[in-house]
Design a protein around this ligand. Structure first.
Ligand code: ZN
Length: 201
């Protein structure tokens, strides 16, 4: 598993403490080197998760060279800070307000290349393929097994370059920073498990 972010839950800017109670850290993982398969996990402690569901190892075996050759064995530990999104922020600029009829968001592709540098937590998100659909695997959850329901809450979208100098998906500079690859984190509002997957344009 690749730990992408280890967020400080005590930072009031984050605003996710009510959704993940009892944690001072919130870990965002992805199974990049397992063919970037979808995973569902529960954050059980500041430094521990339980993987609740993922593709069988036969279908998505671990590969050191996926998504590209000589993939880093570990990402460098890098401090980050949170900034509130305002209209002046690039990621906000690349999404137009929802149309009154509820029509789809329109992407300002002219600023998307810059905006994809910024991961985003909370609030409205732009997702190339909409909110990911996944069945909650928790047997005791009221939403167990439901794939298409309103009980999936997207809380973070990480684009292809989570920090300067680190590209998650491609080592060819010509194909980087196109704003095409996203790692999307959503949570089941019934039981709190986290779903992590990638989506592209
Ligand atoms: Zn659930």
């Amino acid at each position: 598993m690749n730990l992408l972010y280890d967020l400080d839950q005590t930072d009031p800017q984050l605003g996710l403490a009510s959704r993940f109670p009892g944690l001072s850290r919130l870990s965002l993982y992805n199974a990049l080197q397992y063919n970037c398969c979808e995973i569902v996990y529960r954050v059980v402690a500041d430094d521990a998760i339980d993987i609740v569901a993922m593709d069988a190892p036969k279908r998505s075996p671990w590969s050191a060279d996926f998504p590209f050759e000589n993939y880093p064995r570990a990402f460098p530990r890098t401090p980050i800070h949170l900034e509130p999104v305002t209209d002046a922020n690039l990621i906000a600029k690349c999404i137009t307000p929802l149309a009154p009829d509820g029509g789809a968001d329109i992407v300002r592709t002219d600023v998307l290349q810059d905006a994809c540098m910024f991961p985003r937590v909370g609030g409205r998100q732009f997702m190339w393929q909409g909110i990911p659909e996944w069945p909650c695997p928790t047997a005791t959850c009221p939403h167990h097994g439901q794939k298409r329901d309103p009980n999936k809450e997207v809380f973070a979208v990480i684009w292809e370059r989570p920090i300067p100098g680190l590209h998650l998906w491609n080592d060819n500079p010509k194909s980087q920073d196109l704003g095409s690859c996203q790692i999307i984190f959503s949570r089941c509002t019934g039981c709190g498990v986290v779903h992590s997957c990638n989506r592209c344009d």
